[in-house]
Design a protein around this ligand. Sequence first.
Ligand code: AOF
Ligand code: ZN
Length: 341
Amino acid sequence: MNSDEIFIDRCIEIAQKGKLYVAPNPMVGCLFVQDGVIVSEGYHQKFGGSHAEVNAYNSLPSEVDPQSCEVYVSLEPCSYHGKTPPCADLLIKLKPKRVVVGCLDPNPKVSGAGVKTLIDAGIEVIVGVLREKCELLNKYFFKAQKHNLPYVTLKWAQTNNKFMARESDSLESSKISDLRNDSFVHQLRASHQAILVGANTINIDDPLLDVRYSEGNNPIKVILSPDLSVDFEKQTFNFGKTLVFNKTDNKESANYQLIQTNPYALEIILSNLFERGIYSVLVEGGIQVIQAFLDAELWDEAIIIESNKSWNNGRKAPKLNGIPSLVHQAYDDNISFFNKS
Ligand code: AOF
Ligand code: ZN
């Protein structure tokens, strides 16, 4: 790596400290560098809070002249008034020697305008250092800004002979993955803005769908129940926010919100979630719901947790063709990651 890449890599590293708290905003890291030495660091810490550039500037020691610094930032500085003023204006005022940007901001309100404002103001700007890695850092944000749909992660557990659920009359335990991997699953929940399941999963498993084995906020719960067969007495309705997509009713109550969708189709539901500012959805089941996302090709990533247990019977897991981008062994499970394209 050359020195620009090393500094942008550090921006990416510190940006990730905001992972659980910035959504739907992107994670962003910024450095001020003087004569090849980092003199201050900042990252976007929470949604609605100040941007990485502002935080880095605020921690610049008073004796350091910003005009003697180069600024590194993993995402193009913003150029419009959102919840905070434009970072490009701040940088123009500070007049750094150079601004090095990891990747352009896909937000149509920025999308090159931040870089252009800096160049027009006579600041030297370099764009695209570790571009792919910077874009990957914010894969949810990029998907949502470019396609007006949230990033969809499918996640399921299967036995080593590919069963995903017990038959409905079975009394045997339906837990498949290693208990020690529950914290991994809860990290996934915490890193998505919403968690989505079908009504059968609620009615049969009575899951909480919260984050309790790791740090982070509970995701918004999304339940697909076209005919409103979901049992509203189940425990997930006792806390937090739950959206129930259905064919017939719109209603808001203390514990849930019914949303009628017409036509009742996954793409319409995802688009509705995007309009609500939800940029990432974790689909946790069951079989029919996951299969529907696969069939409609409305997914971005699939994570399969395969245990070393074998069942004699049950209901088969969806089939996913393709080669995983990563497989790792975690306790008694193998976890495989697939990207759609
Ligand atoms: C930056 N640095 O640290 C972040 C940026 O509503 P606001 O003011 O917080 O603006 C949110 C938008 O700003 C977001 O959609 C994205 O385009 C950009 N995020 N930009 O220069 C940052 N978080
Ligand atoms: Zn900004």
